[in-house]
Design a protein around this ligand. Sequence first.
Ligand SMILES: Cc1ncc(C[n+]2csc(CCOP(=O)(O)OP(=O)(O)O)c2C)c(N)n1
Length: 679
Amino acid sequence: MNLLWKKDDGVKYSSEQLHGAYASAVAARLMDAKILTLLKQGKIFFHIGGSGHEAAQVAMALALQPGKDWAYPYYRDMAFALQFGYSIEQIMLDAMHRAGSISSNGFAMPFHYGHRDLRMVAQSSPTGTQYLQAVGTAMGAVREGTDEVVYVSSGEGATSEGEFHEALNWASRQRLPVIFLVQNNRYAISVPVHDQVAGKSVFKMVQGYEGLQRFQVDGCDFKAMLDTASTAVALARRGEGPVLIEAETVRLLPHSSSDDQRKYRDQADLEEDLRRDPLPKMEAYLAAQGVLTADGAALLRREVQERIDRAAESGEKMPVPDPAEVTRFVYAPASADHPRTDPVPSATGPNIVMVDAINHALAEELEQNPRMLIYGEDVGGSKGGVFTATRGLAKRFGEDRVFNSPLAEASIVGTAFGLAVRGGFKPVVEIQFGDYIWPAFMQIRDEVAMLRYRSYNQWSCPMVIRVAVGGYIHGGLYHSQSIDGFFAHIPGLRVVFPSTAADAKGLLKTACRSDDPVLFCEHKGLYRQSFASSPEPPSDYLVPFGLAKVRKQGEDLTVITWGMLVQRSLDAARKVEEKYDATVEVIDLRTLNPLDRETILGSVRKTGKVLIVHEDTLTGGFGAEIAAIIAAEAFDRLDAPVLRVAAKDAPVPYAPILENAMLPQEKDVLAGMEKLLNF
Ligand SMILES: Cc1ncc(C[n+]2csc(CCOP(=O)(O)OP(=O)(O)O)c2C)c(N)n1
């Protein structure tokens, strides 16, 4: 083997490796051209290319170890993907959205790379979400005692996203082995870098992160880039912390096939980029090293072009995905098999309140699963969360397994994603208040809930997101919100909402063992309520998802409710039964996703009248969904319109008299019941 590269840190590359990197760069360049032709022919619908970024990308991939190191590339990373181990044929099948395409089987957009064997985590489209995920994966690498490195990339535009900075903060704080490669082509679609980045340089912008090593390099210069990438990987692998590389590249094509860059870039600017084209420079360097000749380069181009043409021809003949599979991998395949029987606890302990039941469920699950981790704001140390749900856990299980996160909700969920995709780790994270879950919404909606689907079941990130929700506690506008309606609207996310201590324990334990991500709603007003307390079920008590509980049997009216409104509905039912010759059935849904349609419809068909009661605001609340299901499935059994009792369409105000007026009260439930019984 002819070794051409030897730096002080001992990194070496053979002539074969350098030649291979050139072949990947050429393949990426020719693929861009071919796909644009196929697009004009109507055979492909979208293209986003990396022409001008090839040298930076292949150098980076060459410095990493595919299969060992992890990669979170971005959509412009075709040359990286090829050098890391993707084949031309695989990328072509992705581009043609054919069945069998490696990244997603045609479910994700092309150029969103994901490859299980290569440890390349299936990518999404939001700019910047990948950064926190890479940090989480690096946390896992360190915890497992490996010397794996995690690569993550984006353009310079994505560095304006807050999550990029959250990721730098977390990675620097924990000295994690993450390589942040920012490929600065000076445009984010049409936005020039001076409208984007303070000081026009990402390298300068991030200088305040102590512990972050930084490099700025000409990304069109293969040698300079390989030198930098090798140094960066060696540093990260040695445990010397994260590294940011700003590689100055050029964008030789428009942003994507939907863009025309001549509308916002002048001729001189475009020509200047062409002068910096990295490929001729790479060829000259490799020729000088004796790795490439002019004839050899020409032959390679011909061979690669032929292979690309063949890949396009055979790709066209491949079948398209099967529409029968359109909902196949929204959830873990086994998750449809939840048992339909409510377990009876084998023994019960003394009465406990809900927050203690949650605490005990977490302790038991930490005990039985050594790879479960708990973190969030104020969760570690002796405080144990602002509601004390995690009190004592850090002391008992160690600060290594139960710890504080920075005050950053996207960080909490994004890193949990990165931990969970490794397999094995089960992050059970806490969002302190539902009102503050929104910075994590992108991670939850576009990332956590969609990962399995977009990767055709190659990747998943099961986790539990515990979140304190709800009002009736004089918490005001920002400590009282109901969020269940938003999250029940997300395919791929389980939504659980217990109303008793026993259910909270049994459901949380199920959540901790679920293969799906779970949003676990804990009502703050129920944490210490005596009416929500129950005898404590033992550690083998697991409540299945998708099984509502009939809290009170009745014949004349069905009330469907969950969370805080269960008790108010039970109280109202008893009052109405004293006044009317009628009995009321009260159903506590316990999980909104999966939804127990069977119990709902069975009861409605029996009573013929239904009142849906929830704490969330009326418009767009989850009650509307239940009403629609009943209207569609049990219309012929209804003796009255479906009615809803819910909060007024307003925020939750602070003064108790206002809060009471806004949130549904027992008297409102009673009025709804009477209206239906009198109908
Ligand atoms: C969160 C989010 N906002 C907006 C977009 C639309 N978008 C896609 S790419 C892009 C520009 C990205 O520019 P940059 O990060 O510099 O990378 P480049 O495409 O130049 O390589 C935008 C605005 C998106 N995908 N995600």
